[in-house]
Design a protein around this ligand. Sequence first.
Ligand code: CP
Length: 307
Amino acid sequence: MLRSKDLLGIKELRKEEILLLLNTARAFKEVLQRDIKKVPTLRGRTVVNLFFEPSTRTRTSFELAAKRLSTDVINFSAPTSSLVKGESLLDTALTVQALGADIVVIRHGSAGVPHMLARVLRASVINAGDGTNEHPTQALLDAFTILQHKKAIEGLKVAIVGDVLHSRVAKSNIYCLGKLGAQVRLIGPATLVLKAFEALGTEVFYSMEEGLRGVDVVMTLRLQLERQGRGYFPSTEEYFQKWGLTRERLSLASPEVLVMHPGPMNRGIEIASEVADGPESVILEQVTNGLAVRMAVMYHLEEMKKA
Ligand code: CP
């Protein structure tokens, strides 16, 4: 059983809670492989997607996961809402709750917004990405995808490459993989991969050639140009030359290496197309697995409230 009505971050989860969600996701993945992919598990519940930043994978995946669980789904559009008339985010969320929302899925550019809403709403709040803080369902689907290919996460060497500084995906993965016993390496320029991240139990490398040697999984991160000022690196061309995941660099990893990327990808900037589309890539599997993982999260949050 989860201990909270909300999923705000992996930092707040215990290892047993992560394993519970991953095990339940396995059961939902089986459901999704049937002819009839819908279950009545959350019939009568209402899920509201509040996305204040762009999203393709996460928003559509939450919507489809909620529909597969037989909930009613409302997709809130910030630009056409009363927010533009000056209504506060809190009043918007309380309005959505007054309409009967049981689960509010929120993505926002500011860290801590889901935490603020969780304190005032009776509904469950799921963090779908808050600024540079966390993106917990991405880390869960990443762990789930790794477990579809490897016996266990304990002891695996996982390299997270690129813009760790601005990446909520990296933060959630550092917590999740660490709790599951992986050895996490961070690779990238010193401006984007701070030595201070070693305090989170990681190893920092400033050379792709050293960091990638023998790793079982490589997660490449999108360069978050929208969150960066100038001066983190000279140009995207030079970034690719030094930090891009190329086939030559990938050959330094384990022969059974998995290549992952949370998306959206910048081909030719953080990853070469031939690697993104190569036999080691599980990038589209990550997207597919997001559905089962998000079903598991919504199911367990509702179970927690019933208890
Ligand atoms: N991985 C991820 O969060 O992708 P979207 O921004 O498309 O939701």
